[in-house]
Design a protein around this ligand. Structure first.
Ligand code: TLP
Length: 351
């Protein structure tokens, strides 16, 4: 039985072209700024995102942490959505290492933040009792909100409120190219109102490792020190950057296939008794659905799927996440749906 791995787009392996580029990559010591492949990747990433400069980091988590370290002082406050990856899945790095308190506002179903909620959450400066709000974080596409996409207007409305209060805006754009392909707008349009953006090479773009943080020259100069401090000065990492350059040239447009597969998957899942989701709302490559309690918990459902050769993840006690990616074909989607149907039909009712 072939295993259909829908746990994440992080499972994608480098393409043959990436492996060749990695083999042939020109490299140097990046801590001296002398790795030509890294320099090219950083310039190209910054250009694609309409920012002045870029910085290669080891991971999305490192980029988000470095952004918090660069923007915030100890005792500051960061406002983010209550479903933010930075809040749920990054080991509290912003609090533990940047020393900033995280304050949550509700995320909408698509992963946005209501500007009025943000406005109410922002703290006045100069009050010794209160942490100043120095950073607001957005996420596009939004992982825990089923890959929901923020439009340039959604982002601008939030950024305007943050900027008016003197706070910076960091965008966790781990999957920003999925958002760009979904909305058919250049990624630079989606990030023009944020101060900095991090995107991942190692997710749907299929690279083995790496993220790039992009922003103003001044911000990246500051970020360089923090990246070094957290152990992210990686020397001849041009072998990784070489794969990143291939990704930016050749792997972005194909994301539309993953999105079509996600929609097909979502519509199929919506037809299975006991599973619920709004299939029409799926905008990118992440599908999250709820499992009715008559089918058991999401953990039980996940184990049953695993036995049928379908790997998924479970972001909550009732919810399951499936992510489409380069190794998932149309046929895999149909086969996965058949296996899910079988499991849903077979599970004994708990009532
Ligand atoms: N997300 C992973 C898991 O951590 C859940 C995944 O499989 O989706 N921002 C966003 C929006 C992310 O989805 C992720 C990874 C990160 C940041 C962190 O990136 P890495 O894994 O490179 O540290």
């Amino acid at each position: 039985m072939n295993v259909i791995d829908l746990r994440s787009d992080t499972v994608t392996k480098p393409t043959d072209e990436m492996r060749r580029a990695m083999y042939e990559a020109e490299v140097g010591d990046d801590v001296y700024g002398e790795d030509p492949s890294i320099n090219r990747l950083q310039e190209r990433a910054a250009e694609m995102l309409g920012k002045e400069a870029g910085l290669l980091t080891a991971s999305g988590t490192m980029s988000n942490l470095v952004a918090a370290l660069t923007h915030c002082q100890r005792g500051d406050e960061i406002v983010m959505g209550d479903q933010a990856h930075m809040f749920w899945n990054e080991s509290a790095g912003a609090s533990a290492l940047a020393g900033a308190q995280v304050r949550l506002v509700p995320n909408s179903d698509q992963g946005g933040i209501d500007p009025d909620d943000l406005s109410a959450a922002i703290r006045p400066r100069g009050n010794v009792h209160m942490p100043p709000t120095t950073l607001v974080c957005l996420e596009n596409t939004h992982n825990r909100c089923s890959g929901g996409v923020l439009t340039p207007e959604d982002t601008k409305r939030v950024a305007d409120v943050a900027h008016a209060a003197g706070a910076k805006v960091h965008l966790d754009g781990a999957r920003i190219f999925n958002a760009a392909v979904s909305l058919e707008v250049p990624a630079s349009e989606l990030v023009k109102d944020v101060d900095d953006v991090s995107f991942c090479l190692s997710k749907a773009l299929s690279c083995p490792v790496g993220s790039v943080l992009c922003g103003s020259k001044e911000f990246i100069e500051g970020a360089l020190k923090w990246r070094k401090m957290v152990g992210g000065g990686m020397r001849q990492a041009g072998v990784l950057a070489a794969a990143g350059l291939v990704a930016l040239d050749n792997m972005v447009e194909r994301l539309a296939d993953d999105h079509a597969n996600a929609r097909r998957l979502a519509h199929g899942l919506a037809n299975i008794n006991g599973l619920s989701l709004d299939a029409d709302s799926i905008q990118s490559n992440i599908v999250i659905f709820d499992v009715d309690e008559s089918l058991g918990t999401a953990a039980q459902f996940t184990s049953s799927l695993d036995r049928e050769g379908v790997k998924v993840s479970s972001p909550g006690p009732k919810s399951i996440r499936m992510v489409t990616h380069r190794h998932i074909s149309n046929e895999d989607v149909d086969e996965a749906l058949a296996r899910v149907s079988k499991v849903a039909g077979e599970l004994p009712s708990t009532h």
